[in-house]
Design a protein around this ligand. Structure first.
Ligand code: GAP
Length: 432
């Protein structure tokens, strides 16, 4: 278990504008969270990193962005209408409901007896159009939108096996007990890949994606020592899977699932072939045969990535004899890449020069922040707390008070606190 406390992470996330409670001024809505100005930057950086690494950066991958609302037949065919459920128990005394696998014999609230365990379907139902009874669902996984576009992508791009389709988007699950901040939510975002393979080759692709999951974690900055692979046992796997690895992470509340990697066989394409009466066979011109491809599915939750990352980068140390808190984000994910300060905010010539440096950086690196509030020490601490890798200060030497230092600035490193004098001309390369 991580020794960082959830209270500290939640409090920093809220105070500094990363993550707020959903609908907070109305008392909140369980299982929903809103991303604030820094949270959305962090989230976008993570999604972009994933997209570049697994979609744009590869020749065997295609991206899609499918509708969240889908024909309800999709979820009948995939087995979700029938079986996407968690076991639910209700206390006979206080009528509170719990996930049966999260509680013991008695109600944790009042000690009452539980009734029979029943299955609770986690899909959110909604009505389509004005006709009563035309029910559909908010998608419970982004995978569905990929499977229904398999034929479209094949017809448009004529890929060779193996190839994959990736999607990032919202999914919705009516969790019985949302909990642990953004770990288990009702509205979530997934980054998923369905990687289509010949059945005889599934193991090598499974292994390739197993390694890629670790490569992504490393690129994001998630602590490798806190990630564990759990081979999911026969009876515990989802209905479609023949092999699953859960990538678990040591969160502050215990070791829990971060991502999943599943061998979904040809379950989905075959099910959609039957459900839609469309031929989803693939003509393999290399092997010269027709087949319904099998699928390897790495599935990444965005919220869990963020929580594992915050747990990994939250750091407390002492700098200059003072305790401090900082987030050790790497440059790729840091929501702010650098902050620019004029040494004094009441000296127009310093402010003008600092503005010019800020504008120059911001033109090419949008995630730059301006700060002229309070003394420099306080500004450093504020930037440390949001994980800004560099602080750039414009002082009188920048203006040429010491002619040797004209057009140079001090750049301060977040982790070491060390300051260096560099030329404005070299700033962009250092910060980017
Ligand atoms: N398409 C496969 C699939 O959806 P899953 O194990 O149910 O598999 C995949 O979910 C990932 O989505 C999980 O590993 C986790 O990262 C994320 N996830 C699932 N349910 C979640 C929830 N209620 N809150 C936050 N993240 C969730």
């Amino acid at each position: 278990m991580s020794d960082v406390s959830m209270e500290k992470i939640i409090s920093l996330a809220k105070r500094r504008g990363f993550i707020y409670q959903g609908s907070e001024i109305y008392g909140g809505l369980a299982g929903t969270w809103d991303f604030g100005p820094l949270g959305i930057e962090l989230k976008n950086n993570i999604k972009q990193l994933w997209w570049r690494m697994f979609v744009q950066g590869r020749d065997d991958m295609y991206g899609v962005d499918a509708a969240i609302l889908m024909n309800p037949e999709v979820w009948k065919a995939s087995g979700h209408v029938e079986g996407f459920s968690d076991p639910l128990v209700e206390c006979k005394k206080c009528k509170r409901r719990f996930r049966a696998d999260h509680v013991g014999e008695k109600c944790p609230e009042c000690g009452g007896e539980f009734g029979e365990v029943r299955q609770f379907n986690m899909m959110f139902q909604t009505q389509i159009g004005a006709t009563e009874g035309s029910v559909s669902y908010l998608r419970p996984e982004t995978a569905g939108g990929i499977f229904v576009n398999f034929k479209n992508v094949v017809d448009s791009f004529h890929p060779k096996l193996p190839f994959g389709i990736g999607q990032i988007g919202k999914a919705f699950r009516n969790e019985i007990a949302p909990r642990d901040f953004i770990f288990r939510v009702r509205e979530l975002e997934q980054m998923e890949i369905e990687y289509f393979v010949r059945p005889e080759n599934w193991e090598e692709s499974f292994e390739m994606w197993r390694q890629n999951v670790h490569a992504f974690n490393e690129a994001v900055g998630i602590n490798r020592d806190a990630v564990y692979e759990l081979e999911v046992a026969d009876g515990d796997r989802a209905h479609y899977s023949k092999r699953t690895i859960d990538f678990e992470f040591d969160f502050p509340f215990g070791r829990k699932e971060l991502y999943g990697l599943a061998y979904r066989t040809d379950f989905d394409l075959k099910a959609h072939q039957t459900g839609s009466s469309q031929n989803l066979e693939f003509q393999d011109d290399v092997a010269n045969d027709k087949l319904v491809p099998h699928v390897i599915e790495p599935s990444f939750g965005v919220e869990r990535t963020i929580l594992a990352l915050l747990t990994s980068v939250y750091t407390e140390d002492e700098l200059g004899g003072e305790p401090r808190v900082y987030l050790k984000f790497n440059k790729a994910v840091a929501p702010v890449k650098a902050a620019v300060f004029p040494l004094l905010k009441n000296k127009p010539e310093l402010v003008a020069k600092a503005r010019a440096v800020y504008d120059m950086l911001k033109k090419d690196i949008p995630q730059i922040m301006w700060d002229d509030n309070g003394n420099i020490g306080k500004r450093y601490r504020r930037q440390d707390e949001i994980g800004t890798p560099y602080c750039v200060t414009i002082d009188f030497d920048t203006l040429g008070e010491n002619p040797d230092l004209l057009d140079t600035v001090t750049i301060r490193d977040r982790d070491t606190g060390e300051q260096e004098r560099i030329s404005i001309a070299d700033l962009k390369a250092r910060v980017a």
